[in-house]
Design a protein around this ligand. Structure first.
Ligand code: GDP
Ligand code: ZN
Length: 460
């Protein structure tokens, strides 16, 4: 195990919560907490995986600071594989800050960097890099489903699939090795066939993982959904209704612009990242033009476009232009203001639809929301997601490494046809093996590791 110093951080979100946990990890964790913790029995004499009631006492003043519960987990049976002590303090920013203060008065305990606990779990061999990344996803997951996916990954389901792929490649390498060492056996022919077979098998399995990648992206980031339409058709009303009814988790998203408002909502467990694009119109006004361009960008980037029309107005030239610009996109047309007299001729809209659906709504009377939710879930998941085993490759780093491994396998197959010497094929196989290993962190360099763990929030 790697030798480390002792770190501490508040592991729960700071705020109004009932209890806050300070996590301490490292060789001095037990001794360090013992110096400031008064209980029936010192921690150093206590058994692992036990909880103790007592007080945090400021050694400088001798004063009781906080009533606490302290749990003790001796390494390696702990999250970091080191000695871990967790102090459960009564919530409130001040109470927790006071305990931290007393704790950090000691020279041999320092405040942890973001992600440092998880980093230690990785460096100490408790988890692989893919599992560590899943911990980031767990912290950030914005829907129940995304959480479930991340948890599976944290448990190592995906890691096991990558390990199985690596096993294929190792067998291939072993076979090639034998052939290089004993060329007199002249198994050249058989080897080519075997290489192709083994590479094909690996490619098929990589492709299966890559196929889940786009769904994985949706789960992590939400389906990017642009609400578009002329001014006053009811875009903002739709945005507000959706976010009020479904405010399971609403997150502030950095980078929100003045003219494109973003909001996270969850419909039937499907996370949507909603963009309300302010009035899309041809304009000569420079400032407004920026807004229009942003809106057009939003449409281009969107996974799904909700195009809103007003039932009370005939289709206008502007609507036709917009509908045309939406060709080839996933679109749901929303006919709003159904409570008003119908002046819109839907026959004029249908030709633009090519497969997309029309949902009739009245934002005023809060009607049609169920149909909209159904249309969205039908469109994206067609029930497939429910049945899946929730193993998704959702990380760009994993995707690019999987593609790299796949490419090397393809190169190897090609080489068997062109009579390239077998040790060149061996290099291809080795590259695939390394790319897959990098996903798990076996071949990851220090800077990559630092970069990944810097994404964590404090205390994890
Ligand atoms: P936006 O400019 O597209 O964002 O449209 P808004 O959401 O701001 O709505 C424009 C106006 O239409 C507001 O006065 C809304 O109250 C009204 N409105 C929105 N939805 C409905 C509806 O379903 N029926 C009726 N009668 N009025 C609506
Ligand atoms: Zn609006």
């Amino acid at each position: 195990m790697v030798e480390h110093d002792t770190i501490a951080a508040i592991a729960t979100a700071v705020g109004e919560g009932g209890i806050a946990i300070i996590r301490v990890s490292g060789p001095k964790a037990i001794e360090g907490v013992d110096r400031i913790f008064k209980a029936k029995q010192p921690l150093r004499e206590a058994a692992s995986h036990t909880i103790h009631y007592g007080y945090i006492v400021n050694p400088a003043t001798g004063e009781k600071e906080e009533e606490v519960l302290v749990s003790l987990m001796r390494g390696p049976r702990s999250f970091t594989a080191e000695d871990v002590v967790e102090i459960n303090a009564h919530g409130g920013v001040i109470a927790v800050a006071r305990v931290m203060d007393v704790l950090l008065q000691q020279d041999d305990i320092r405040i942890a960097e973001p992600g440092e606990f998880t980093k230690r779990a990785f460096l100490n061999g408790r988890i692989d890099l893919m599992q560590a990344e899943a911990v980031i996803d767990l912290i950030r997951s914005k829907s129940d489903r995304a959480f479930a996916v991340a948890r599976k990954q944290a448990e190592g389901v995906l890691s096991n699939k990558i390990k199985a792929l690596r096993q294929n490649v190792i067998e291939l390498l072993a076979h090639i090795e034998v052939n290089i060492d004993y060329p007199e056996h002249d198994v050249e022919e058989m080897t080519s066939a075997y290489i192709r077979e083994q590479c094909e098998k690996t490619i098929v399995e990589i492709e299966q993982l890559l196929k889940t990648a786009s769904e994985g992206k949706i789960l992590r980031e939400g389906i990017l959904t642009a609400i578009v339409g002329r001014p006053n058709v009811g875009k903002s009303s739709l945005m507000n209704t959706l976010s009020q009814e479904n405010r399971a988790i609403v997150t502030d998203i950095p980078g929100t612009t003045r003219d494109v408002i973003e909001q996270y909502v969850t419909l039937n467990g499907i996370p949507l990242r909603l963009l309300d694009t302010a009035g899309i119109r041809e304009t000569s006004d420079v400032v407004e033009k920026i807004g229009v361009e942003r809106s057009r960008d939003a449409i281009t980037e969107a996974d799904l476009v909700l195009f809103v029309l007003n039932n009370n107005e005939a289709l206008q030239e502007e609507d036709r232009e917009l509908l045309e610009s939406l060709q080839g996109r996933s679109v749901i047309v929303i006919v709003n203001k159904m409570d008003l007299e119908a002046k819109l001729n839907l026959d004029e809209v249908i030709p633009f639809l090519n497969g997309g659906s029309i949902v009739k709504m009245s934002m005023l009377q809060q009607e049609g929301l169920d149909q909209l939710e159904k249309a969205i879930s039908d469109m994206f998941f067609e029930g497939k997601l429910e049945a899946n085993d929730l193993t998704y490759v959702s990380n760009v780093r994993h995707i690019s490494l999987l593609k790299k491994a796949k490419q090397s396998m393809q190169d190897a197959i090609e080489a068997t046809y062109t009579g390239i010497p077998i040790d060149v094929i061996q290099i291809d196989a080795r590259l695939a093996w390394e790319a897959l290993g990098e996903i798990l962190g076996d071949e990851a360099g220090d800077s990559l590791i630092d970069q990944i763990f810097s994404q964590f929030c404090l205390g994890k």
